[in-house]
Unconditional design. Structure first.
Length: 357
């Protein structure tokens, strides 16, 4: 038997609860479902009503030795996510009529990692990301003779100008960009945005040439391709047969991509052709924040950038994308207070904290 009918029914109820009552998005629910399935497979598809502390301890040890697709043992952060999702499910299950007397809440605690492991899982490490100079180099090495090549180059330029998430980039429409204000409107009613937020993102002019690449792309779509408001800002390409009956890229369609995978491939190819290691689209968010910090952006400017990224609080931006490399940390510590008076430095730190709250 590849599944347990009783378990399937209760899992459906749980997922419906998380979606409709707890307002979780589909991606979050799928992550939960995957974690629960791991636990279920570990127990041999036993009825959830048989849960006990031995299952919890055994599963925790099993996950600690499970390998990912890359062949490495699952990271401690991934282990924590899986265990937390299973615990959350079982706590909910313990409140349901048919399970109240069968699942002991104290047994659920046996999924817990040690305090040391939890700290390690939640600690952030310095993120590797490209510099603005590296991105310029990538763009300068990208061909842009045909329309597909123009699109690919424009996508990378747009990503550093906006730091938009790749899922949003795949779903932008022409009407989402206002050229007069250089404003990109990420509307959750029409596209994929994190937590379904409405995000107003102004282009960050990191470089005039980079900005021009994107603006020329928009003009090309409007005047040469005659794209309208509801057409994709970055349309998918279509394939045709060549003289040898092989599929080759024929040009651009008027359709959106079904997912973000093709965009990631564009990034991989572009960095490889430029002789650089691959940096994914999300790493550009780190690039933009660090570039602003290194240029000495004041608190108000950092707050504006934070809103550009879709964050309600500046502290979110600094925590997620502002972690300094050990080298940069060392530089700042050694030069602390030398470039300006101590009182001015303390005042700026105070401003930063107040704005973040």
């Amino acid at each position: 038997m590849k599944y347990n009918p009783k378990n399937e029914r209760i899992k459906r109820e749980y997922c419906e609860f998380k979606k409709e009552a707890d307002c979780k998005d589909d991606k979050t629910i799928e992550t939960m479902r995957s974690a629960i399935l791991r636990f279920e497979q570990f127990t041999g598809l036993k009825d959830f009503a048989t849960f006990n502390r031995n299952q919890a301890t055994g599963f925790k040890n099993h996950i600690a030795n499970t390998k990912s697709k890359t062949g490495d043992v699952l990271s401690i952060a991934t282990q924590l996510t899986i265990l937390n999702n299973v615990q959350t499910f079982l706590r909910w299950l313990a409140t349901q009529k048919s399970f109240k007397s069968k699942i002991q809440k104290d047994d659920i605690a046996f999924f817990n990692l040690t305090d040391k492991q939890q700290r390690a899982a939640k600690s952030s490490k310095s993120m590797d990301f490209p510099t603005i100079e590296q991105i310029r180099h990538v763009l300068s090495n990208m061909p842009h003779e045909n329309e597909v090549e123009k699109r690919d180059r424009a996508i990378i330029a747009f990503t550093i100008l906006t730091a938009a998430r790749v899922s949003a980039i795949a779903t932008f429409k022409m009407k989402n960009f206002d050229p007069s204000r250089q404003l990109v409107i990420q509307d959750p009613k029409e596209m994929d945005t994190k937590f379904s937020k409405l995000i107003e993102t102004f282009l960050v002019n990191v470089d005039d040439d980079v900005l021009q690449i994107f603006l020329e792309w928009v003009e090309y779509l409007r005047t040469k391709k005659l794209f309208g408001a509801n057409d994709p800002l970055f349309p998918k390409s279509f394939n045709v047969h060549d003289e040898n009956a092989f599929f080759v890229v024929g040009g651009l369609s008027r359709q959106h991509w079904a997912n973000s995978a093709p965009i990631r491939e564009i990034f991989k190819k572009a960095f490889q052709n430029a002789g650089l290691k691959y940096y994914n689209p999300h790493s550009f968010r780190h690039t933009l924040v660090h570039d602003a910090m290194q240029k000495g952006a004041n608190v108000e400017e950092l707050k504006a950038l934070s809103q550009n990224l879709g964050h309600e609080h500046l502290l979110t931006t600094l925590t997620s994308y502002g972690t300094l490399s050990p080298h940069r940390q060392s530089e700042l510590i050694r030069g602390m207070g030398k470039a300006r008076g101590d009182q001015e430095l303390l005042f700026r730190i105070k401003q930063l904290v107040e704005k973040a709250q």
